[in-house]
Design a protein around this ligand. Structure first.
Ligand SMILES: *Cc1c(COP(=O)(O)O)cnc(C)c1O
Length: 411
């Protein structure tokens, strides 16, 4: 597959990697929960991991494995596991790999539900240092003897802080610490997590990858860069012959089989269809986001715009360096003093007031009263979230139609 450009891969990988029967170009959806074996010795061998196959679809199914193969190939990994949602991928990974008494270093700028999940982890005896991941020194300084992993997002939602990805990757490599990156905001078509030495890449498939607001999913990919022989929490049971697969084996057994947040076969199919147009959609959404950010930046009706594509953004140069000339499709803004954001949002016609992001449609959402409400004022301030901040997830509509909608809502 390597001889083709990414655009080509995206539309041909399913056919070429999974070789579906009957000349089908999509892997057919398989809905069987159970699997029959003519020879019971084969059933035993699959159970024991000595032979490939499926025994029960909570653990694996043809549809889930086909999507895993695609995402693993496209991300350049050694193994991948799909889950029912992005949060399932995150929680299963952390619960599989951590034990009470471990310490982890985590970005202080996180997706709201991930931030809230971290509080649950603390309840299980895991010590967390929350740090400003736009400053690599603060990541290094937070590390301790018992630090098991570092976790960050690439571009934070909603204030768009950009992680010092190259520097953090170097620090983790030097210190032999697992680096887990949530790459939902900048999926592999715009950011190569492996190039910054990520060990595991987690992506919510619900967002850009599926793209059409009709299906939930998540994935964790192992890039093969981390040496699991250095990770003290791998159970003897999961030390398979290839040590590259130790981490993923433990995630699959504990995180998927035992916790049970399995991706449905029909969802796997819908996600793989969405994936085919990911690059085109991402390009258009990024272009639209840049145009909207520039308009807002130059207009007196807006007090503040956060978008890494603007050269006034504090991490603009870094973003230009690591995201291949694109800057993502999330931006956030505050209206000028005296303007009521609720009245403004209610007057938008095309732009939809809704949570979610990475959709084909442009979505607007006040954040302090919704997705970051439960986090409280102190955490919001730590994340740089002001009380009147509006988040936009920019879609693939015509640029001028979007600009006209934002302008007309003032009249
Ligand atoms: C949405 C999102 C998630 C969670 O994904 P779901 O599929 O909604 O569970 C995790 N991380 C980031 C950065 C997200 O935007």
């Amino acid at each position: 597959m390597k001889q083709y450009a990414l655009d080509t891969h995206l539309v041909h990988t399913d056919r070429l990697v999974n070789s579906p029967e009957d000349g089908a170009v999509h892997t057919p959806t398989s809905n069987s929960v159970l699997f029959e074996f003519e020879d019971v010795a084969d059933l035993e061998a699959v159970f024991q991991g000595k032979k490939a196959g499926h025994v029960y679809s909570r653990s694996s199914s043809g549809s889930a494995v086909a999507l895993q193969n695609l995402l693993n190939e496209l991300e350049g990994g050694v193994a991948a596991t799909v889950f029912s949602t992005g949060m399932a991928a995150i929680s299963a990974t952390f619960f599989s790999l951590l034990r009470a008494g471990d310490h982890i270093v985590v970005s202080q700028f996180l997706f709201g539900n991930t931030r809230s999940f971290m509080q649950a982890l603390e309840g299980f005896g895991i010590e967390i240092s929350f740090v400003d991941i736009s400053d690599a020194d603060s990541v290094e300084k937070a590390m301790k003897e018992n630090t098991k992993l570092v976790f960050c997002e690439t571009i934070a939602n909603p204030v768009t802080q950009v992680a010092a990805m190259y520097e953090i990757g170097d620090i983790c490599e030097r210190k032999n610490v697992l680096l887990i990156v949530d790459n939902t905001m900048t999926p592999f078509v715009m950011f190569n997590s492996k190039a910054v030495k990520s060990s595991l890449v987690i992506t919510s498939l619900t967002k850009y990858i599926a793209g059409h607001g009709s299906v939930l999913g998540g994935v964790v990919v192992d890039t093969g860069l981390y040496n699991w022989e250095n990770y003290s929490n791998i159970s003897e049971k999961y030390k398979v012959p290839d040590s590259n697969l130790w981490g993923m084996t433990q995630i699959r057994k504990r995180g998927l089989r035992d916790m049970g947040a399995t991706l449905a076969p029909s969802s796997a199919h819908a996600i793989s269809v969405g994936l085919e147009t990911l690059k085109l959609r991402m390009q258009k959404s990024c272009e639209n986001a840049m145009a909207i950010a520039q308009y807002m930046q130059s207009s007196d009706e807006f007090k503040r715009v956060h978008y890494p594509g603007l050269n006034v953004h504090p991490h603009h140069t870094r973003a230009a360096d690591i995201f291949g000339g694109q800057f993502g499709a999330i931006l956030s803004f505050e209206l000028a003093d005296g303007l009521d954001f609720r009245a403004y949002l209610n007057k938008l016609n095309l732009v939809i007031n809704a949570t979610h992001l990475g959709d084909t449609r442009t979505l607007a959402l006040p954040v302090s009263t919704t997705i970051f409400y439960e986090n409280g004022l102190t955490q919001r301030q730590q994340m740089g979230i002001s009380e009147n901040l509006i988040r936009l997830s920019v879609g693939i509509e015509d640029t001028n139609d979007l600009l006209a909608d934002f302008k007309a809502a003032f009249s």
